[in-house]
Design a protein around this ligand. Sequence first.
Ligand SMILES: C[S@@+](CC[C@H](N)C(=O)[O-])C[C@H]1O[C@@H](n2cnc3c(N)ncnc32)[C@H](O)[C@@H]1O
Length: 294
Amino acid sequence: MSLDTPNTLPALTDIPEIGPEDMAVIRRLLEERIGFHLCRYKDKCVMRRINIRIRATNSDTPTAYCRLLEHDGREMTQLYKALTIHVSHFFRNPSVFDMLRDSVLPELLAVRAGTGSEAVFWSVGCSTGEEPYALAIILREYFSDLIKRIPVRIIATDINAEILDAARRGLYVVERVAEVPPLLVDRYFAREGGKLRLAAEIRDMVTFREEEIFSSGFDRKCDLIMCRNVMIYFERPWQELLLKGFARSLSEGGFLVLGKSETMIGEARRYFAPVSPVERIYRALPAAGQQQGG
Ligand SMILES: C[S@@+](CC[C@H](N)C(=O)[O-])C[C@H]1O[C@@H](n2cnc3c(N)ncnc32)[C@H](O)[C@@H]1O
């Protein structure tokens, strides 16, 4: 059975539905081999992704795909990659970054300048680095004097090590950079064989770490957390757990930025006040830091 042969793919509808027994096998293999917990993710999305891999490997049935997965490490890597969707680009939803630049960061940095302490930013589910790097570009471009005086730390985490290697390299196809204002492209990117390499001065501002969100413990104290287009893939109880974890991690008055299709839910609403519901920017209330557990 060959891998990734898109020309001979059967239509998605030709593949029988994945039954509970096959799902149990896939779940077990992902947990045993790479410690990935499929049960936290929304069923519909997971099924769609697995079906894509069944089709890409020309497996006749989900059971045949399970047999392949059992023995083929490369397919395990492919499936893992398909399940941890990595779509991203620089300044995704640009109005969010405008608001960060114009109101959130000036306030946040003024507070840190007053206390003289480090400003900590955390990009959760950072994929190939576009989000934390966009933040670094804004800090370098618009707050250069302030960040000479205030120590700034940008931590970017993701579950997928391979994706993080790509993030560290900072080499992007032009489409990923399309929403960066031209002036900033000229200043911070260099052409390299048809792609764009991000300047070392920006790359050096971000520390990438392999980290599973729920295993992170939420012990890191942060002033701003960006977790965009990650929560949406999780079942509701896990979304709520995530939000409560962020409440625990944020310093009093710290900011949380969610993706455009994500929102504050359940008990977590008690720990955040909306700053801009449209941009999905929230602020940790005083009780938030007393959250227990992750
Ligand atoms: C769609 S990307 C979002 C990228 C970026 N935040 C953005 O909005 O452009 C989702 C990222 O979440 C990561 N992810 C998924 N599950 C995760 C988990 N349990 N722990 C940490 N990262 C996870 C994936 O590997 C992927 O890179």
